[in-house]
Each structure stands twice: as structure tokens, then as C-alpha cells.
Design a protein around this ligand. Structure first.
Ligand code: PHB
Length: 394
């Protein structure tokens, strides 16, 4: 007969042996479940974010705190139900240590409760409606928020002879955020909003909306459209003769997305945007990033989505080093809060209160440089926080 004590001892011994001798895949591998729209209308976002994440790993190796970092990529095709299902599958079956990606606001929101229940960090690398990080304490963001970019554009417009504006935004979370916060800052500084136009997110035909803008005769139109939608907009902006009518184009940098800027051609020249990343950002870190990224991706130029992926991996690596390899979600979240580093976009940090990224917002003008179009930075608003939460904290 084996006594109870002996049994407990045996069990404990076995457990110890197991933990020493098991293949220990989950201990030695740090798995990141990257959920992105790899197909469908927002596939360019998925392609850019994944390439950005891989560019970080190519430049810094695939180990952090002695663990091999593994990316498991899943395609949600831009559908929130899929994002949620995939997040669950990655947590339960793959036992990922972190979730990441999230190409659009509704997709990020759909995964929030999974991150909370599983206590797994979820790195928002793309989606940019302010409220996302309030949906789960396990969200941390390396993209940015629309108010973060829209407020500096409004400040700049007020200081540069723009007195009347029509806003034109995609009719969902980030568009409403951009419209609300541009309007607040612009009118606080004495500007006038003549009309607020909202266009459908899917398959928009901008022509009738641009006609409304033209008829209102503003000094400028302020625009937010999600990454990828800018080329059609730019074509229709030119066809409707808005530029010739003297209406200036000001926007968040989502519209003059580096991925498709060259396709836009001359109509894009002179567009003024505010954003956190330009492929033309002048720094040694960015020069190295852009050339490695192009080399690894058949010459594709990185856009702001790519830098969200790159810095998302940077944040996870740094957090893992800080916990000395402790992969528990709570330890990683504590480690993520307050991190700071020099990104190819410039200096950044993770606000420990909000888990949002604090970053420079650059004002840029589309110019032709060596035969290609670039967002050329000309003014910097330093260390900008998400203004929505900054105001709520006041
Ligand atoms: C979003 O859905 O949050 C989103 C998508 C594309 C952007 C910005 C925000 O360019």
C-alpha cells in the first residue's frame, strides 16, 4: 500500500520531472497570433502589418529573453465574426502568448472580450478608433488614434489661412473620431465647419459627396478614409475639379498612404496631411527599415500599417525581456506599460495609463522626390497623446 503522503510526494516528483523533461514547446516558444485581413478589400493592411512584423524579426532575430518568437498568421478577411473565432482558436488550440494585428476597428472590438477572458495581451497594430483600448485591459496599441492625428491637422489649418472646412469621413468609428476631434479643435480656434459629409465604408463612390463639397465652397476639405481607399478618392477629387476650384485638401495620413501614393499621381501633389509615419521620415533608423522592408518585399514601400506591425513586435520583445521570460499576460501587460524606444517613425512610448502609443505627429506635404511621390515632413507636434483620454483625465 502506498500511503497518501507518498502519493502526494510521487505526484509532486512526477510534476517536477515533467516540467524538466517535457519537450517544453510552450515554455521555449513565444507564440504571437497575428489576426489580419489578408484577403478582401482591406488586404493591403494585412500585407503591410505582417511584413512590418516580419521586418522587425528579420532585423532583431527571432529570440527574446531566450525564447523563440513564432508568428502564427490568420486571415479574418475583414469580418468581425472571423476575428473573434480566430482569436478564440488561437488562445485555446495554439495557446498563444499574445494576440496581435486587428486591421479595422470593428475587428479589434470583436476580440477584446477574448483577450480579457484569456488574460492574453492583444497588440493593436492597425485599428485606430480611440475607444478600442478601453474595451479590454489587455489591449495595447502601436498604431495610433484618429484624434491624435486629426487635432494637429486642425491646429495647423487654423494657423495657415484656412477659415472654412467641409469634413468628409468614412462613416464608422475612426471616421467619426476624426470628424469630431478635427471639428472641435478647428472651431475652438475660430474656424467654421460648413458641412459634415460621411461616406460609406464599403465601395464608396465619392463623386456625389465631392460635388457637395464643391458646392459648399470651403477653403479646404478635411478627409479621413481608411488605408487603401485614397487612390480612388484622389482620382475623383481631380475629376470633379476641386483643386482647380481652389479647395485645398487636408487629411490624416491614412489618405496619402505610402503603399499607394505613387499610384495617385499628380492630383495628390500639395495635399497636406498629419500623421505618425512617413516612409520619407529622415532618420538612420527609418532609412535602415525602409531599405530592409523593400528588399524583403519585392520593392513594396512600407506604410503606417507596416510600422504598427514593426513596433508591435518591438513592444512584445521588450516586454518579454523586461519580465525575463515570464509570459503570463499580467506580467507582460505591466511590462508593456511605460516602455519607450526609438522607432523608425521617431521617439515613442506606451502611455502607462491608457496603453496607447505616445508619438510625434508630423505635418507633411505630398511632393515629388526623385520621380516618386512622398509625404515630406515639414513640422512636428511632439509626443502627442490620444487627446480623447487626455481630456477625460483632466
Ligand atoms: C480602423 O478601422 O480603425 C482604421 C482602418 C484604417 C485606417 C485607420 C483606421 O487607415
Amino acid at each position: 500500500m502506498i500511503g497518501r503522503r507518498a502519493l502526494i510526494g510521487l505526484a509532486a516528483g512526477l510534476a517536477m520531472t515533467t516540467s524538466f523533461t517535457a519537450p517544453a514547446i510552450s515554455q521555449e516558444t513565444f507564440k504571437v497570433g497575428l489576426i489580419l485581413p489578408m484577403t478582401g478589400p482591406f488586404a493591403s493592411t494585412g500585407r503591410q502589418v505582417e511584413a512590418g512584423a516580419r521586418a522587425y524579426m528579420a532585423a532583431h532575430g527571432d529570440t527574446a529573453a531566450g525564447k523563440t518568437v513564432e508568428l502564427i498568421v490568420r486571415d479574418d478577411a475583414g469580418t468581425a465574426d472571423q476575428t473573434r473565432r480566430l482569436a478564440q482558436e488561437l488562445v485555446v488550440n495554439e495557446e498563444v502568448d499574445a494576440l496581435a494585428g486587428f486591421g479595422l476597428t470593428p475587428l479589434a472590438l470583436a476580440a477584446g472580450s477574448i483577450a480579457t477572458q484569456a488574460k492574453v495581451p492583444a497588440v493593436v497594430m492597425a485599428a485606430a478608433t480611440s475607444v478600442i483600448t478601453e474595451e479590454s485591459e489587455y489591449f495595447v496599441r502601436t498604431s495610433g488614434t484618429l484624434p491624435q492625428s486629426a487635432v494637429p491637422v486642425a491646429t495647423w489649418a487654423g494657423e495657415n489661412d484656412i477659415q472654412s472646412v467641409v469634413t468628409l469621413v468614412s462613416d464608422y468609428g475612426p471616421g467619426i473620431d476624426a470628424e469630431t476631434w478635427f471639428t472641435k479643435e478647428f472651431t475652438d480656434n475660430g474656424g467654421e465647419i460648413l458641412e459634415a459629409v460621411r461616406v460609406p465604408l464599403q465601395n464608396p463612390d465619392f463623386a456625389p459627396f465631392l460635388q457637395r463639397v464643391r458646392d459648399a465652397e470651403p477653403d479646404a476639405v478635411f478627409v479621413f478614409l481608411p488605408s487603401g481607399a485614397g487612390s480612388l478618392f484622389m482620382r475623383q477629387f481631380a475629376n470633379r475639379g476641386l483643386g482647380e476650384a481652389g479647395i485645398r485638401l487636408i487629411a490624416t495620413g491614412d489618405v496619402t498612404d505610402d503603399d499607394i501614393l505613387n499610384e495617385m499621381g499628380d492630383p495628390a501633389l500639395g495635399a497636406i496631411t498629419g500623421h505618425f509615419y512617413s516612409a520619407a521620415h529622415d532618420s538612420p533608423e527609418n532609412e535602415a527599415f525602409v531599405s530592409a522592408f523593400k528588399e524583403a518585399n519585392d520593392g513594396m514601400r512600407p506604410n503606417f500599417m507596416a510600422i504598427g506591425g514593426y513596433d508591435g513586435m518591438q513592444a512584445l520583445y521588450a516586454a518579454l525581456e523586461k519580465t525575463e521570460g515570464d509570459t503570463s499576460g499580467d506580467a507582460l501587460m505591466e511590462a508593456l506599460k511605460g516602455l519607450s524606444w526609438t522607432s523608425p517613425r521617431g521617439p515613442v512610448s506606451i502611455d502607462p495609463e491608457t496603453r496607447d502609443i505616445v508619438q510625434n505627429i508630423y505635418m507633411r506635404e505630398v511632393k515629388s522626390v526623385d520621380g516618386e511621390l512622398y509625404n515630406v515632413e515639414f513640422e512636428t507636434y511632439e509626443a502627442v497623446k490620444d487627446p480623447v483620454k487626455a481630456q477625460a483625465a483632466d
